[in-house]
Design a protein around this ligand. Structure first.
Ligand code: UGA
Length: 431
């Protein structure tokens, strides 16, 4: 099939490459000419495992193209533009409607418009009405994405389910055909109405975020009662009704999706005058988490003034260079209120644009030099491979304190190497 994807951001780009891998011919459009020119040259504007290799491969095969202008030859048009949060939590849909306006200016062979962008329930209905008012004959369907940054292409090709929302049998058939290679491999295809499909997306993210907020609160409790949070998570998560994923303790959840999507779902509850005690608590729980973790760091290091803190991990999680809404940055912001020097290191974030100053080092050793403590904020595999024993032997740090906010280091080894090691949720190391 011939597909047009509007939006070359995270979702649009991964979806474009994913559909090309599935055998379709994809044209991805973005108004950002710089980005399009990069992509045309086979350069990915984002770091995502395996993405650039596939980008080049399918560009060369002629199955993938990029442009800043609309064409009129596709069978289906996907809208995959951003839906950022407005100050009040509701989603800003202006990029969706401006993309639709641009589409309408161009004659098109396509009759099916698929909304891939994450939108509040009811948006597809609004879009349909908008199109009708403009005299357009486009049919509209919802098809949310479930792509985790850092594993996005894998998630596209190995989904737990494909969800589509449409009221027309003909659109359902087209989308079923589009995803046939995945469906034939046994992927569940859930076809429902647009409002439900939209809600599946927001509710999935909200549920996962709830699991994280819960384990983080249990971690606080563990510190008081002397239980081990990692074993506790294992004990809970191995009940298959609960599931072991998204029960990893950490400094709070972040990124461009969870905080925004929970706020948007909460806004929908409010607009419909339905009370959500759960979402309200998850939002509050996560917000206070960053501050709490900062206070724990302060209580371990003591007076922060004139201290040098090595800080590992700036992205919102491992395997991405994305630091939007990163818990690491939120904690750094609190730390920066003191007269401290932050020497940060991240395997992929090599420069940052923040409203406070930090040093960003190009290698971890240079970040550790003369530090009074090391804070690990992101679960990059590289950090657990570091030979901390030799760091200690070479007296690289001034004080051998490690505060592990992702519980990724081997505690026994680290303690044996002479460090004071603090991890989340363990009473003997009360933070
Ligand atoms: C999330 C969802 O997982 C995807 O399914 C969804 O498609 C995507 O949002 C989206 O809406 O586009 P993403 O934000 O890329 O994906 O990253 P996650 O892996 O979900 O992590 C979100 C945050 O939760 C990160 O800060 C991460 O460190 C944190 N987290 C995750 C934990 O603290 N503990 C965990 O056990 C898991």
């Amino acid at each position: 099939m011939k597909i047009t994807i509007v939006g070359a951001g995270y979702v649009g780009l991964v979806t474009s490459i994913g559909f090309a891998i599935l055998g379709h011919e994809v044209n991805c459009i973005d108004v950002d000419k710089k980005k399009i020119s990069m992509l045309k040259n086979g350069k990915s504007p984002i770091y995502e495992i395996g993405l650039e290799e596939k980008l080049l491969q399918f560009l060369n095969k002629g199955k993938l193209s990029f442009s800043s202008k609309f064409n009129n030859v596709s069978d289906i048009i996907f809208i995959a533009v951003g839906t950022p949060s407005l100050g009040n939590g509701s989603a800003n849909l202006k990029f969706i409607f401006s993309a639709i306006d641009s589409l309408l200016k161009h004659p098109s062979n396509s009759r099916l418009l698929v909304i891939k962008s994450t939108v509040p329930t009811g948006t597809n209905r609004k879009i349909r009405q908008y199109l009708l008012d403009k005299g357009s004959k486009y049919k509209v369907a919802s098809n949310p994405e479930f792509l985790k940054e850092g594993a996005a292409l894998f998630d596209f090709l190995n989904p737990d389910r494909i969800v589509i929302g449409t009221n027309e049998k003909s659109s359902e058939k087209v989308l079923e055909q589009l995803y046939k290679p995945l469906i034939s491999n046994g992927t569940l295809f859930i076809s429902t109405d647009p409002a439900t499909s939209e809600l599946v997306k927001h509710s999935s993210n909200a549920f996962l975020a709830t699991k994280i907020a819960f384990i983080n609160e249990l971690s606080d409790l563990s510190e008081k009662v002397g239980s081990n949070i990692d074993d506790l998570a294992k004990g809970i998560g191995t009940d298959h009704r609960i599931g072991k994923e998204f029960l990893k303790v950490g400094p709070g959840f972040g990124g461009s999706c969870f905080p925004k999507d929970i706020a948007a779902l909460y806004d929908t509850f409010k607009k419909q005058k339905v009370k959500s005690f759960i979402l309200e608590s998850v939002i509050t729980s996560n917000k206070q988490r960053f501050f709490k973790v900062y206070k724990q760091i302060e209580s371990i290091i003591g007076n922060l003034d004139k201290k040098r803190i090595a800080f590992f991990g700036l992205s919102f999680k491992a395997n991405t260079d994305d630091y939007r809404e990163s818990p690491a940055i939120k904690i750094l912001k609190y730390l920066s209120q003191h007269d401290v020097t932050i020497s940060a290191y991240d395997p992929k974030v090599k420069k940052v644009n923040l409203d406070f100053d930090i040093e960003v080092h190009q290698n971890y050793k240079s970040a550790l030099r003369n530090a009074n403590a090391l804070v690990i904020a992101t679960e990059w595999e590289e950090f657990s491979q570091i030979d901390f024993n030799s760091i200690q032997k070479n007296n690289l740090m001034n004080d051998n304190i490690i505060i592990d906010l992702r519980n990724i280091l081997d505690e026994e080894k680290i303690v044996r190497s002479g460090y004071s090691y603090y991890k989340l949720g363990k009473v003997k190391n009360v933070l």
